[in-house]
Every structure is written in C-alpha cells, then in structure tokens.
Ligand binder design. Structure first.
Ligand SMILES: [Zn+2]
Length: 246
C-alpha cells in the first residue's frame, strides 16, 4: 500500500485532550499504519508514545507503538491486515496513560521553572524522562541532597495549587532565539536553531519554554509531587525521581 499524503495532521497539537478521532488511512509499511490525521502522540522530547486502538469496519486492532518518520506519524498495530488506503479508521487513545503523561510532563516543567528560579544557574536541568506512573529530572548541581530536593518539590507543589493556566503558542525561530533560556537543555537549544516555527508551552506567570509535548491545561490537574528518591550520577549530575498523587 503506497502512501499518498505528505504530512500527518497532528490532532494532539490542536487539542491535547482529543481522545478519539476518525481519519482516512493513507498507507502502510508492514505493520506501520499511516493516517491523514492522528491524536496518537509519537515518542519524542522525553514523552513516551500513546497506545490505544484503531477500528476499521467492525474490527479493532491494538496500537502498540507510535513514532515519527520525517513529518509523518506511524502507528504500529498488531494486525495490519484490516487496513487499506483511503478507508476510514477510528482511533481511540488509552486516555489514562496519556493523561498521566500530560500531568507528568507539566510537572517536569514546573520543577524546571522552580529550580531555575531558586538556583539561578542556567542549564542546571540537563534532562528528564516521563513514564505513565513516574518521572525523573536530571540536574547539574554541586550541592543537591534530600533537603534541596524537598525544597524544590515543596515550592513546585505550591505553584501547582496556584492553578496557573497552561497554554500553547507559536513563534518564529528569530523571535524565539531572542528569548533567553527558552530551551533549557543543550540539545534543545540546538534544535531551536533548526526550526522555522517554534512551539511554546506557557505556564502563566511561571514558565515559558520551547516544547513539543502534550500538557494539561491547568497546573491544578497535576496533583501533588511526591519524591521517590534522589540519586547521584556523578560529581555534579544528580537525579530526582517522583510520582504524582491525584
Ligand atoms: Zn517538555
């Protein structure tokens, strides 16, 4: 089956709360299915892919992985035989998984903002990874212990209950490059230079950064951050692991 579109329409960018949708099938490659539009988030930027199902006619198959191939999104399914180019499929994402990932993603941005405000050292956060039931943030900090971690988390929880609006906007690369610290990690800053349009996730009054992930629309949806533990990954490199309570 040949592909006939150039670029998948990304419904998860139009509205991150889209749980289901109908789209035309544009092609396939083995068990990779391509759609005209999709709400399935592909792995990227520290946020794991969505899972869920695709239904054609009365038959439903599982979406077990989602990734990006150029500007297209592909869906790995457990049975590709029901698909044909041009027919309509109904997608349903595993909302529990996705909503958790949105909460964790926003939580990481809140921690990032709070740490930058409290430490005032640019580049003190070096990376993060989200999971449906936990997340971790890596810091480059000389002095980091359980007390410091608890201070960061207490301050982050105080920000969460302020019920700040989280919104998305777009700007040109030139506009973006004039804002200091818009991308806090070195790979992120490099990526910024290669983009024509930059997507910004804005946590009202707290954080403003270039980001390609999905977020909740208000910080109060994040819940409460609970520390799972801290780890030393070298002299300066420290890791904070946490989970969220509703
Ligand atoms: Zn992010």
């Amino acid at each position: 089956m040949r592909k006939y579109t150039i670029m998948t329409i990304k419904l998860y960018y139009e509205d991150s709360y889209t749980r289901n949708f109908v789209s035309r099938v544009t092609g396939s490659d083995g068990n990779k299915i391509f759609l005209e539009k999709t709400a399935f988030y592909p792995t990227g930027g520290g946020q794991p892919n969505d899972t869920g199902s695709l239904t054609v006619g009365g038959r439903t198959v599982n979406v077990i992985d989602v990734g990006k191939q150029g500007d297209d999104v592909y869906h790995i399914v457990d049975d590709p035989s029901i698909f044909a180019s041009g027919i309509e499929a109904r997608g349903e994402i595993d909302w529990n998984r996705r909503y958790s990932l949105m909460r964790y993603h926003t939580a990481v941005h809140i921690i990032d903002a709070v740490v930058n405000r409290m430490v005032r050292v640019e580049g003190s956060i070096t990376g993060s990874q989200l999971y449906p039931d936990r997340a971790r943030v890596d810091f480059r900090l000389e002095n980091f212990n359980m007390d410091t971690a608890q201070k960061f988390v207490d301050e982050s929880n105080a920000e969460i209950i302020r019920a700040r609006t989280v919104s998305v906007r777009y700007m040109t690369r030139d506009e973006a490059l004039q804002i200091p610290n818009l991308s806090r990690t070195a790979p992120g800053r490099e990526l910024l230079k290669s983009l024509e349009t930059v997507r910004i996730v804005d946590i009202e009054g707290l954080d403003f950064q270039a980001d390609g992930g999905t977020h909740v629309s208000n910080t109060k949806e994040v819940g409460r951050i609970i520390i799972n533990g801290i780890e030393s990954k070298g002299k300066q490199n420290k890791r904070l692991s946490f989970h969220l309570e509703p």
